[in-house]
Design a protein around this ligand. Sequence first.
Ligand code: EPS
Length: 376
Amino acid sequence: MKLTSSGESHGKAVAGIIEGLPSNLELDIDRINKDLALRQSGYGRGGRQKIEKDRIEIVSGVRNRLTLGSPLMFAVVNRDYANWEEYMAPEGCDTSKKTLTRVRPGHADLTGLKKYDQQDARNILERASARETAVRVAAGSIARQLLGELGVTVSGYVRAVCGIEDAGEYSMAEMDAAKGNPIWMPDSAKCKEAMARIDELKAKGDTAGGVVQVVVHGLKPGFGSCMQYDTKLDGILCGALMGVQAVKGVEIGAGFEAASLPGSRVHDEIYMEDGRFARRTNRAGGIEGGMSNGEDIIVRAAFKPIPTLMKGLKTVDYVSHEATTAAGERSDVCAICAAEIIAESVVAFEIARAVLDRIGGDSMKEVRERYAALAD
Ligand code: EPS
């Protein structure tokens, strides 16, 4: 299974093509739209989300809600395009306006200008924009529905916002319920603290990042492989998450903490329970030797603060070479809830891909039968 994403932030739409989906996966399109709405929610978002109301439009690959086994093409229309058509239309537009040369530190602007031989960072930032993640959430929602048929679920929560941490361990249901909070932290006191921090930063024209934790529950052992470096499930998940805008770090299970603990406090001891192999702890985060081991997969991703700051950091104008402050018209202060559902979606897509890579299947019937035949 493969996803190709396309589209500019203020263009007509962001769009995707998923290849390799089996036939007869029944899609709940409302569920996809709910996931897209989740990506737009959360405390700290900017003015753009008041304009957009993301909905999936499936173009091909589905008939009467069932996948056909053909490439599935979809779009999420940008409502803001109505305000930008004059400056963005592929058919011809005014490129002398809405230019950006006061390149933003931390954004793709400066390096993109050099690499793609451009003079206006609009030609870079439109694609580098995190608006593209609407495609990843729609595709992830479809992947989640495939996994759901196999009894595999994915959830998660916001673990930290700008240093304020909710380090609790929560059930899938508690994490799902936290998505009703302004910041998706299950601990409501921590949630309030995080909101106050966001307010404080907003007043200063500043931005916040954070950490999200994603959990995959119910996946059988043996997905990914120990036999070749590029087939290891942890490597695949980390690479996919690092491909999300603003991610600067990923860890699995005990992650970086494992490096400072003795082996006796890191590795999960094995015992027999009712004739089955079991573990009392899950510091490995559900992956050993690059393979799922049947425990919950636990992965965290660290997002840097959004690089468009209303107060503008020091920079240099790309064209005049004069010292100035970075461009900042409107911006999210904190998009950590969006980041959480994006991370879940990316993980769901990679897990579904790993399942199909191992067992194949042209139809959901084949996929279900082959998955059921695997050992627990
Ligand atoms: C983004 C800048 C903002 C965000 C955008 C990502 O957009 P604008 O420049 O139109 O105000 O709102 O994210 C989305 C539009 C979205 O749907 O997530 C950026 O520079 O990455």
